[in-house]
Write a protein of this length. Sequence first.
Length: 110
Amino acid sequence: MQDSPEAPVKVTDDNFNAFISQNSLTLIDCWAPWCGPCRIVGPIIDTLAKEYKGKVAFGKLNTDENIATATRYGIMAIPTMLVLKKGQLVDQIVGAVPKARIEDVLRKHM
């Protein structure tokens, strides 16, 4: 696993596969600029990226700009957080949930 960064990485259709394959545990925050609940989750993801640096890689995928990846994972509502282990989807969190709920899901896969 590469050293996961301290801040979420901007993930696109072009770099998505490379990003998830370089990290053993990844959380992708699927969001859009117009989404109110996404603005609640965004700062939580930023905080978690700092707290889990070196353990979990965090990415942010703008679903309006990256339709292919959003379609591939069947994103029907945002925010949706995809949890991938060694590039494979292992969990999904839909909606604006508390930080503790996200941490519970991550710990389950560590």
